[in-house]
Design a protein around this ligand. Structure first.
Ligand code: ARG
Length: 435
């Protein structure tokens, strides 16, 4: 039986019912839905809108439903329209008349908005902890290989020497900003829409501050139309999640490169790599490639949310039911990516010799050579040009800046003396940069 049975003379068409239903997605909010209802019923009783006895019966009934769903005793009906309908119908089935009073002064429009906010608050906390874990893994790896020198790149061309710790440290910074974005979005999300009703509030003497407090919100949304229409928090979170995926995808891309024979800076543990069905020699960094690929899903979820919302007149429209699929998928995807990356990073073997070897080619200390001439009094532009000539000379004669004899240096610029060799030592180059 539908909630709106009074106005309708027919049952819904089966396909239409399935199309309209969101139970497959919103079942995961059953605890939040029940908690929201308990807060609402508690407030209704405290305000004398329903009797104390009915309030108590509703709250007990809801607690029991929660326990039964968790234990598996009560199965959520896949044919129900949504979780709100299912919980309310089950309650009324179990406790009778009192159950029918639960929805007094409330609409599914403010109810669903509460549920999503509560669910995403939980998701935010879970993801926050995971991202912190990934930061710890990256920091741990950086500390483990503190002295390792590698080429830093621009345009994927060897540019200047850096330490591996600095390279991983960049990701620590990015992910730390991600934590800030999650916290920030959560703060704005954590206000209660309950009491907004369908759109225009309610005529009952409800206490919105009370339900907000019972549910751990920082306050309630003042404008009831906004209360039921707003999905900014989904969009903000999907943006924050998309940025996290940009970071994970860039890290993944680098690990893919580093695993290749062309680089061989790292080796992934066998437990976190895959082989080929035909090429016996292969060891593929599938995990990182999947993370890189899954970034597309999350960006897609963000675009879904933006597109769903952009043309909607106030207040609630059924289009908004699509919000949950998108934002839950985004959270699930980012969580599994972070969770999978953590042990992969923890067990990743770093090969500092290969990094050092790569850093020795490609004249990545040329800037330091020029800076050395500057320290001798030459203007930087002239020092740059002289060093360029020296690099050209090295390339022609198969030398490196380290191996080129001092006479050759002096032929290009007589300010060079034997101190240049200390100045261009990679260890000194990174030390001077405070790495
Ligand atoms: N299943 C709906 C959703 O997820 C709940 C709100 C329904 N409200 C309504 N007026 N049909 O958005």
């Amino acid at each position: 039986m539908k909630l709106w049975a009074g106005r309708f003379s027919k049952e819904a068409d089966k396909k239409t019912n399935d199309f309209n239903s969101s139970i497959a997605t919103d079942s995961r909010m059953f605890e939040e839905d029940i908690n929201g209802s308990i807060a609402h019923a508690t407030m209704l009783a405290a305000q004398g809108i329903i009797s104390k006895e009915d309030g108590a019966a509703i709250c007990e009934g809801l607690e029991q439903i929660k326990r039964d769903i968790i234990s598996g005793e009560l199965l959520i009906d896949p044919n129900a329209e949504d979780i709100h309908t299912f919980v309310e119908a089950t309650l009324t089935q179990r406790i009778g008349q009192a159950g029918k009073r639960l929805h007094t002064g409330r609409s599914r429009n403010d109810q669903v908005a509460v549920d999503v906010r509560l669910t995403l608050r939980k998701e935010c906390d879970a993801l926050y902890a995971l991202v912190k874990g990934l930061i710890a893994s990256l920091q741990g790896k950086a500390d483990e290989y503190k002295g390792a020198i590698m080429p830093g790149y621009t345009h994927l061309q060897r540019a200047q020497p850096i330490t591996f710790a600095t390279h991983l440290g960049a990701y620590v910074e990015m992910l730390t900003r991600d934590l800030g974005r999650l916290e920030d979005a959560k703060k704005r999300m954590n206000v209660s829409p309950l009491g907004s009703g369908a759109l225009a509030g309610t005529t009952y003497p409800i206490d919105r501050a009370m339900t907000a407090e019972l549910l751990g919100f920082d306050g309630y949304m003042k404008n009831t139309l906004d209360g039921v229409s707003d999905r900014d928090f989904c969009i903000e979170l999907a943006s924050a999640l998309s940025i996290i995926m940009v970071h994970l995808s860039r890290l993944s891309e680098e690990i893919v490169l580093w695993c290749s024979w062309e680089f061989k800076f790292v080796e992934l543990d066998d437990a976190f790599s895959t082989g080929s069905s035909i090429m016996p020699q292969k060891k593929n960094p599938d995990i990182t490639e999947l993370v890189r690929g899954k970034s597309g899903r999350v960006f897609g979820d963000l675009i879904t949310l933006l597109t769903v919302m952009k043309g909607l007149p106030l207040a609630y429209n059924k289009d908004m039911q699509e919000d949950k699929d998108a934002i839950f998928d985004a959270f699930d995807t980012v969580k599994i990516c972070v969770d999978t990356l953590i042990p992969m990073i923890d067990t990743m073997r770093v090969i500092p010799e290969n990094m050092r070897k790569a850093a020795a080619g490609g004249f990545i200390n040329a800037t330091d050579c020029a800076d050395y001439l500057v320290s001798k009094g030459l203007p930087f532009r002239d020092a740059y040009k002289a060093t360029g000539e020296i690099v050209a000379l090295c390339i022609k004669s198969g030398e490196t800046l380290e191996s080129l004899p001092l006479e050759k240096y002096k032929e290009v610029c007589d300010l060079f003396d034997s101190g240049v060799y200390e100045a261009i030592k990679l260890e000194n180059c990174v030390k001077r940069r405070g790495m």
